[in-house]
Design a protein around this ligand. Structure first.
Ligand code: TXE
Length: 483
């Protein structure tokens, strides 16, 4: 299943060009060169996609869970059978190492489909008995046409995380992947055709957020929006969708704390802290970007962390030797570099990294940056308050549990957090008090797809994962029957 030079929208079961006839450049971030073109779709394409979805809805929503289960499993199998092509496409589009796309992104995409395909077989609603008088039962009905909008950092992983529960519950979807990383969603449309997904059940419209994305949000027939992306985009989406009472699930930014106590398992903590800091160049909403270390361990931690970070190989995403590839775009790289300059203005000391890497060869024009560690910044400075979303972390010592919790909670975000200690009562005390949707104790990014996933404060509204996602994509209707 190979990428094409000119991508097409997937509407009503067919690959079609955009109504405008216009295309946007698609850049390979590892080379800085345009390598394909994506539809510059607008409200006319979205209208067609919504019409196709609305037409498909009566059959899809009433065909029974077993049929939906079988088709979604077939789709998962096709992705798995074409893992190499999908991984290469993801790497070329997003700049991440092929090894990462092949071991994390694409396997998780087919797992998402399998997880929700099977979950729907076990999904049940409640009943409430009023003794001697009546019984209430709850119907969980699909919403109709829903919108799924996903970002560039984990393209197919997050796109399937949304569309799988939406489709499993019987909705029809108009989806839009990020304009920066459209290729695996395009391959997914080919896979849907091969899997026999009925026309219109899933429609994929490519294009810019403020144009194609906004048209999906605004469309009166789109009943719910599931969005992952930046907090300011989430705010715009909420401002459009809330006044017309659309259901909203918003997974937004993070500024996640890692709290490391001196009694932790040092070796395991170091391995996972390196991962939580720099996996995918820090471009994962779950990455820890503020690291707080109990003072007796601080210097040992700092020296070892700097040493291991300097050892990370930044290079050609196609090479199996590369730990880190390119950042997703030129403008994102400039944003991250801007934060590094700001950190110095704010009085921070860059202990390592932060400089561009000349990879050379094919990758001469790519957006490569050495991972950076910054020391000496207070919690209230912008570097510690704003989401950078790059290979940049700050480190700081703390003296008491109370202080660590105050630091962890001292930002507007609240997505994920990590606590390292062998003192389990303390771990649980801290977990209770951290303002975040996710707390990892002595691990990072260990994911069970049944668990609720999402953030508090400016990190979002609602939860994905497990039953939460199936509930989001259905409307509860209580039926009360007197006897
Ligand atoms: O994301 P956007 P951007 C953070 C990260 C990053 C910042 C901005 O800090 O630097 O956000 O990144 C679509 N109506 N995260 O600007 O714009 C867009 O086309 C409807 C964190 O690249 O939020 C894309 O499909 N849709 C994050 C999706 O929204 C709109 C992952 C996300 O893009 C739209 C990505 C609109 N008005 C960035 N405007 C995470 N939490 O994982 C844009 N879009």
């Amino acid at each position: 299943m190979k990428p094409d030079k000119y991508l097409k929208n997937y509407i009503a079961g067919a690959l079609v060009p955009p109504e405008s006839g216009e295309y946007l450049d698609n850049v390979n971030p590892a080379t800085g060169k345009v390598y394909s073109f994506i539809p510059d779709s607008d409200e006319r394409d979205v209208q067609k996609a919504v019409e196709a979805a609305a037409k498909a809805f009566p059959d899809w929503s009433s065909c029974g869970v077993r049929k939906r289960f079988r088709i979604l499993l077939r789709l998962a199998d096709i992705i798995e059978q074409n893992l190499e092509d999908f991984a290469l496409a993801e790497s070329e589009d997003a700049g991440k190492p092929v090894s990462m796309a092949a071991s994390v992104d694409i396997p998780r995409a087919h797992e998402n489909l399998r997880f929700f395909a099977t979950a729907i077989l076990h999904f049940a609603a409640e009943s409430h008995h009023m003794e001697g008088e009546a019984v209430n039962y709850t119907l969980r009905q699909p919403l109709g046409v829903v919108g799924c909008i996903s970002p560039w950092n984990l393209p197919l992983y997050l796109f399937t995380w949304k569309i799988a529960p939406a489709l499993a519950t019987g909705n029809c979807v108009v989806g839009k992947p990020s304009e920066l990383t459209p290729m695996t969603a395009y391959l997914l449309s080919k896979a849907c055709m091969e899997a026999g997904l009925p026309p219109g059940v899933l429609n994929i419209v490519h294009g810019l957020g403020p144009k194609a994305g906004q048209a999906i949000i605004e469309h009166p027939q789109v009943k719910a929006i599931s969005f992952t992306g930046g907090t300011s985009t989430g705010r715009k989406i909420a401002a459009t969708a809330a006044p017309v009472f659309k259901k909203l699930s918003l997974e937004l930014g993070g500024k996640n704390p890692n709290i490391i106590f001196a009694d932790c398992d040092f070796d395991q903590m170091m391995v996972d802290t390196l991962r939580s800091s720099f996996s995918n160049n820090g471009q994962i909403c779950l990455c820890g970007s503020r690291i707080y270390v109990e003072r007796p361990l601080y210097e040992r931690f700092r020296d070892e962390f700097v040493k291991r970070t300097q050892f990370l190989k930044v290079g050609d995403p196609a090479s199996p030797m590369s730990d880190l590839g390119a950042l997703v775009s030129k403008s994102h790289m400039e944003k991250v570099q801007g934060y590094l300059q700001l950190a110095e203005v704010e009085g921070g000391k860059i202990l390592c990294g932060g400089t561009p890497v000349e990879v050379g060869g094919e990758c001469e024009g790519g957006y490569f940056l050495r991972p950076a560690i910054i020391e000496g910044l207070p919690i209230e400075c912008r570097t510690n308050q704003e989401e950078i979303f790059g290979p940049v972390v700050t480190i700081q010592p703390f003296d008491t549990e109370e202080e660590a919790i105050a630091l962890a909670n001292g930002v507007p975000y609240g997505l994920a957090s990590t606590v390292w200690t062998t003192n389990l009562p303390r771990a649980q005390r801290v977990a209770e008090r951290i303002q975040a949707g996710i707390v990892w104790i002595n691990c990072w990014m260990l994911r069970d797809l049944r668990t609720p996933f999402g953030g508090v404060k400016h990190s979002g509204v609602g939860r994905e994962g497990g039953w939460e996602a199936l509930r989001f994509f259905t409307e509860a209707k209580n039926v009360c029957m007197k006897y």
